[in-house]
Design a protein around this ligand. Structure first.
Ligand code: ZN
Length: 318
């Protein structure tokens, strides 16, 4: 991608372009607006540039950060937001946004309206990153590889939607209130383990999907039989997890499908689902615990007779 908006001097424009090119090995890079980039659709970066000339004169790199752009980073999931400081087209520091915010929150309101003053100062072979005040800093050198680690370390690299939309116990009254639906994004070692056992195929219907957009190009979801939410207290452990396609994941969450804990028969109020495949595929190395199947059956499954299911016939359609 060619950076068209960032960099007001030839020197800074070249530095931003070099940054973009280096980011492309992680995924598609989009330039949202001047200095704001999204990598692979999920990591937002606010990049700032300071020239070597400035460093030579002052002894530190100084960056000016518009608060409107800072605000946009705050709206992004914190674990996926970064401030990238480009020092004279040479070093780049990827500072996790949480670290920046912690420094900013410790500072009195900035003197310069509408901007934050950030700096990097080198001392004894280390780079110190700070906000406004020289004593308010973190070691930027230790942060240098954090962004790269996000991709190299599968513990945090892969994020799949593992939990379907949380269904509240009671629905708020219809009105003007704003309701926020939180979809937990999780990919733990345990859920990945279960998905791998089944080659990313649904244990009910064998469905999988392939997309080169995914870091692991095969897709299925991990369903926690006893939900993880505090009020349910389920463990994030393979014994409590099924690998499911999005449809069957949703049906399990809605309580319209369950598994008989010992026979592994698939119970469903939707007749054709139950008939599609009768028995849940369970491999021995999965270590699935029937206790959690029982929990789901007793607490989540709603055993209702198919309520007025209608088959569309020529007569209905007329
Ligand atoms: Zn399925």
């Amino acid at each position: 991608m060619t950076s068209r908006r960032s960099g007001r001097t030839p020197e800074s424009a070249a530095a931003f372009q070099a940054l973009v090119s280096s980011l492309e090995r992680f995924g598609e890079v989009n330039e949202l607006t001047e200095n704001l980039f999204v990598v692979d659709g999920r990591e937002m970066l606010l990049a700032a540039y300071s020239s070597q000339a400035y460093y030579t004169n002052k002894g530190y790199y100084w960056f000016s950060l518009a608060k409107t752009k800072y605000q946009r980073l705050r709206e992004w999931p914190k674990d996926h937001a970064w401030i990238v400081l480009v020092c004279g087209g040479q070093n780049r520091f990827f500072i996790p946004f949480g670290e920046v915010e912690a420094l900013v929150s410790g500072m009195p309101p900035n003197r310069r309206d509408g901007r934050w003053d950030l700096y990097i100062r080198y001392e004894a072979g280390r780079a110190h990153f700070g906000v406004t005040h020289i004593a308010n800093h973190v070691d930027a050198t230790s942060q240098m590889d954090r962004f790269e680690q996000l991709w190299n370390n599968p513990e945090i690299a892969e994020t799949f939607a593992d939990e379907a939309v949380a269904i509240p116990d009671t629905l708020p009254p219809v009105g003007r209130e704003t309701v926020q639906v939180v979809r937990a994004i999780r990919d733990t070692r345990e859920s990945r383990y279960v998905k791998q056992i089944y080659d990313y195929r649904c244990q009910v219907c064998d469905w999988t999907a392939f997309s080169p957009k995914l870091r692991n190009p095969w897709y299925c979801e991990a369903h926690h039989l006893q939900p993880l939410a505090i009020r349910y207290g389920g463990p994030d452990h393979a014994s409590n997890i099924l690998a499911l396609c999005p449809n069957h994941h949703c049906m399990m969450d809605l309580g319209i499908m369950a598994i008989e804990p010992y026979s592994l028969h698939i119970l469903s109020t939707i007749r054709h689902e139950a008939n599609q495949k009768d028995i849940l595929l369970v491999k021995q190395n999965h270590g699935l615990n029937p206790v959690y199947l029982q929990y789901h059956l007793s607490h989540i499954y709603i055993d209702v007779a198919t309520p007025g299911e209608k088959i569309l016939t020529g007569e209905n359609l007329r």
